[in-house]
Design a protein around this ligand. Sequence first.
Ligand code: 5GP
Ligand code: ZN
Length: 113
Amino acid sequence: MSDCIFCKIVAKEIPAQIMYEDEFVLAFKDLSPQAPTHILIIPKTHVENFLEAAQHQGMNDQIFTGIANLVKEQGWNPNGFRVVSNCGSKAGQSVFHLHFHLLGGRELTWPPG
Ligand code: 5GP
Ligand code: ZN
């Protein structure tokens, strides 16, 4: 999608600090980190949210496989990170290309605000 900032990151038209990449997904550091570790993982194909992703066979699986690979590659402690996706503006979604936030490196409180 031509006016989508995350599609531009996938196309390497704008820079990002890439942490993981495979055929299907890209993970990069959030521009405005909310925790010492704050990575976004996105499908390379533009979809708005994970409900739309469910219409593309295997897409949500590809994202979660990417998360597992990233965690393994980075050697993160599996006890202490959060995976979250804001679905819709009322939940705080501001970029309408599906992304999961991976947050860690500090105590994470619950519930989120
Ligand atoms: P949302 O609010 O949609 O759940 O999350 C969007 C996230 O994208 C925010 O945490 C924001 O900091 C991040 N973000 C927005 N624009 C850019 C960008 O150009 N580069 C990177 N790396 N992150 C971005
Ligand atoms: Zn996009």
